[in-house]
Design a protein around this ligand. Structure first.
Ligand SMILES: NC(=O)c1ccc[n+]([C@@H]2O[C@H](COP(=O)([O-])OP(=O)(O)OC[C@H]3O[C@@H](n4cnc5c(N)ncnc54)[C@H](O)[C@@H]3O)[C@@H](O)[C@H]2O)c1
Length: 331
């Protein structure tokens, strides 16, 4: 198969993981890496990789087929639309956007340009969640009446007052729900689809250093159209680290983490427990999925529609937190 010519925009932070995938993939010719920080680009230039600090320069080149973009959230509409309008397929990091308007703008650009736009969410490609998906889709759990999703961890940046763009809601859109919580909403949505109503309570400024105006913890309650209920807990200022989805159905319960899936069959006390161990990286299979969308000539929005739905849940959660009332999702 032909090689595809890529730009990577944003190579510090999480972009470093994408750099590792792009640098070693047999179908990728990495034409240019862009990052505003010389600390990121200098060592790359030393490795013979072409670099720039200006994404306008990187994304307007005429020797590219695709771009991977991992930037602060407020930069996405401009960078993503610029890439699409230059005819590039785009894999962008989660979340889709700071807000629904930005997400809509990027979707519209992808449709106009007729290029694939995919929003990353690598949790779905991790072995445990990959293993769980066919079990849930087979109907083995019966009717799922209770869904629980948890993401907790201790983000050192918050404690070191290293918030940068993340601490400004205008730049990030928030953190606990839209940034940390996105991962678990992505997984819960993958299994359960869209809720029709969301209630969210969240907090901020809990004795951490620095001047930040974003949420640092949140609890969501989800009402599903099939009568099921769910909750989501997201917090990046606590211990222990946990990323877990529990699905409770009339025929069984599935307890899923990245590396372990426990299936409690039936609902009696003597339920059988099945445990699977699994390990592996998720960025490579996620990237293969992106290549597959390009190769198959998929519709531009296919890789972004799930993320658009998650953005709708996030939007509802923040509106609910403001009003103190449960809210229905916007279209
Ligand atoms: N999938 C995951 O598990 C995961 C984890 C962390 C972050 N992310 C996502 O990745 C994205 C980036 O987050 P991060 O934590 O890496 O942020 P970061 O601030 O650590 O890194 C962003 C990088 O972009 C560069 N940059 C900033 N402005 C730029 C500009 N104008 N032009 C070129 N480069 C610029 C910075 O120098 C930095 O290297 C966000 O969307 C975030 O939500 C995803």
């Amino acid at each position: 198969m032909d090689k595809l010519r890529f730009a990577l925009v944003g190579a510090g932070g999480f972009g470093a993981g994408h750099l590792a995938v792009l640098s070693s993939h047999p179908r990728v010719s990495l034409q240019v890496v862009c990052d505003a920080s010389p600390e990121v680009t200098k060592p790359l230039a030393g490795r013979g990789i072409e670099t720039t600090d200006d994404f306008h320069v990187a994304l307007s080149r005429d020797d590219l087929d695709a771009a991977v973009i991992a930037l602060p959230h407020y930069l996405y509409p401009e960078a993503v639309c610029m890439a699409l309008e230059n005819g590039l397929h785009v894999l962008k990091e989660k979340p889709f956007a700071r807000d629904l308007d930005d997400a809509r703008a990027m979707l519209a650009c992808a449709r106009r340009a007729e290029r694939v736009l995919m929003v990353a969410g690598q949790g779905k490609y991790s072995p445990g969640f990959q293993h769980a998906k066919p079990i849930v889709d087979s109907g083995a759990l019966g009717s799922i009446f209770l869904t629980r999703g948890i993401i907790t961890y201790h983000w050192g940046g918050a404690f070191a007052n290293d918030w940068r763009w993340r601490g400004e809601k205008a730049k990030s859109g928030g953190v606990a729900v839209i940034d940390s919580g996105w991962h678990i909403l992505d997984l819960v949505h993958w299994f359960r689809g869209l809720p029709e109503r969301v209630y969210c309570s969240l907090g901020s400024r809990n004795a951490l250093p620095g001047d930040y105006d974003v949420d640092d913890r949140a609890c969501l309650v989800l009402d599903y159209p099939d009568g099921g209920v769910g909750n989501i807990i997201c917090c990046f200022i606590c211990q222990p680290s946990n990323r877990q989805v529990l699905l409770h159905g009339t025929e069984g319960t599935l307890d899923i983490t990245n590396r372990k899936v426990v299936l409690h069959e039936g609902v009696a006390e003597n339920s059988q427990v099945t445990t699977f161990a699994a390990e592996g990286s998720a960025l490579e299979p996620q990237f293969e999925h992106f290549l597959g969308l390009i190769d198959s000539g998929a519709a531009p929005e296919v890789g972004a529609l799930e993320a658009y739905d998650i953005q709708r849940i996030v939007d509802a959660a923040y509106r609910s937190a403001e009003t103190g009332e449960p809210v229905t999702l916007r279209d």
